[in-house]
Design a protein around this ligand. Sequence first.
Ligand SMILES: Cc1ncc(COP(=O)(O)O)c(C=O)c1O
Length: 434
Amino acid sequence: MLSRFCTGVNRGEGREQGPDPVAAEIRTDRVDGKRVGVIGMSSESPATTGWTAEIEELRRRGLFRTMPKMEGLPGRTCWVDGNHVINFSSNNYLGLAGHPKVIQAIVDAVQRYGAGSTASRLIAGNCEAHRELEDFIARWKGTEAALAFGSGYQANIGVLSSLTASPDLIVSDELNHASIIDGCRLSRAEVKVYSHLDLNRAEDALKADGFRRKLLVTESVFSMDGDRAPLKELRELCTRRGALLMVDEAHAAGVHGSKGQGLAEELGITPDVQMGTLGKAAGTSGAYVAGRSDLIDLLINKARSLIYTTALPPSVMGGASEALRITASEEGDVRRARLRKNAALFHGLLHSHLRRRPEASHIVPVVIGQSTRTMKISAECLGRGVFAHGIRYPTVPEGTARLRFTLMSDHTDADLRRAAQVLEESLEAVPEES
Ligand SMILES: Cc1ncc(COP(=O)(O)O)c(C=O)c1O
């Protein structure tokens, strides 16, 4: 059950929550319960009636998506749809996706363990490479244990649906990622969504009585805005209100913390459930949950997104282990320092286009508003050699479409200056009324 906790029309629903308005608007191909023909769609089978109209409606609203064609090794520059460009759209924050040691570790693991894991972790897919990775993560994070998942999406839905059910309560930030929202839905717990970063609203939500268990879930660094959750205050709040604190460090792991462990470590707090991904700063694929060993035992026994899927290939685990070793090493410190420097410079260059916030982030959103204009500006940037993808509803709330610049430690000052200049030119090339 999802209850809307905040006041205001869209606030409190979080990203991708509620009925899909696109689908709702265009399902007009039934009259009095009977299917009626849709003009221009006579060749469709009854089962596919409406697809074309749905697609057309997405196009009309500037929400139709296609997949850019990427070529070559991922790095600070890349090939997109045949253009050689500076890449401001990957989550490869530390440049590890193309790091020779990470690539070599993957090659070594393939030769040692073969191409695939051949089964789920609980059957025959739990090889040495998985255990090594998890042992490393637990030491790095300072937790009793850790558990690898196939992806961050799988980790979030697995944790939330394992730890909570009816009659439990989940309290969730309104801008939490779709995987958290879907985990909330799957859990069947009652969900109260609080206004973004609003501690008072979060506390009001946690005051509710009559629940078996309460859990507050937040991202640490928000994926589409780059701002940070007040983790210290949330830790204190959860302890006071008897709630579990779950933190998604997808965009903070590798970037924050004394050795890249995440924002929680940087702030000196310990969430009950710490989730991080391996496909972003760690440059490979997969995700992990770190915490007490009884939490991990519970997940091994209950998380359907771990139990009922083939384990990640050992090669990916081998590459991820190497990536985390680099992250925790002096080389990791150097890369983090360069990323911080890049963030400060880029925020300075773009300051007139950014919402004010206390800290510079490696995720830099330039909010445009309208989806169609956003995508046109993104295309202009691409044509001028800068890849800054447009982000639209339902990934962000309607009316807040944006270019999302993601920075890498490998970007040079010249890359950043070029991006700022290209942004200005592209904004000018696509005036507001277009
Ligand atoms: C905050 C957050 N959590 C979870 C995920 C999912 O991680 P993955 O891409 O590994 O599925 C993402 C990104 O996609 C994310 O931004």
